[in-house]
Design a protein around this ligand. Structure first.
Ligand code: ZN
Length: 140
């Protein structure tokens, strides 16, 4: 069987016909081997994101006491800003975890729609949190 799958997180249609475009939404569809190959890239991307953001949070450890309300020399923002920034970093790590899971599911030939959606939502939450911190910091 040569099943082809639409990778759109809001569609995910499957077809056994040898088409290049999704019959439901018109986006490209991919065969199992192509999806597995893309899955490895998505998984690597997710792991890099988790590693980079995780490292950033660890190296910026003065954020943690700031978030708890203790003024620290390394972070000049307010406790609210520190907490929001930490939330943003946590959401970015969640984005990386979601994409890593998506990649693993794609390699396994399973639907990665749920994890891809979770990744997109986490990323939107992270962008919103970081924007709030920037707006808050620029207002002082
Ligand atoms: Zn589709």
């Amino acid at each position: 069987m040569n099943e082809r799958v639409c990778l759109s997180p809001f569609c995910g249609a499957r077809t056994t016909k040898p088409v290049l475009r999704c019959p439901a939404c018109g986006r490209p569809v991919f065969g199992r081997d192509e999806i597995a190959r893309r899955g490895r890239h998505v998984m690597l991307l997710g792991l890099i994101l988790v590693g980079v953001i995780g490292g950033l949070v660890l190296s910026w450890s003065s954020l943690l006491p700031s978030a708890a309300g203790t003024p620290t020399p390394g972070f000049r923002g307010t406790g609210f800003e520190a907490r929001t920034l930490l939330f943003g970093f946590a959401a970015l790590i969640l984005t990386g975890v979601s994409f890593t899971a998506s990649g693993a599911l794609m390699i396994a030939g399973r639907s990665s729609r749920t994890t891809t959606r979770a990744g997109i939502l986490s990323f939107a939450a992270a962008v919103a949190a970081i924007a709030i911190v920037l707006i808050s910091a620029s207002g002082r």
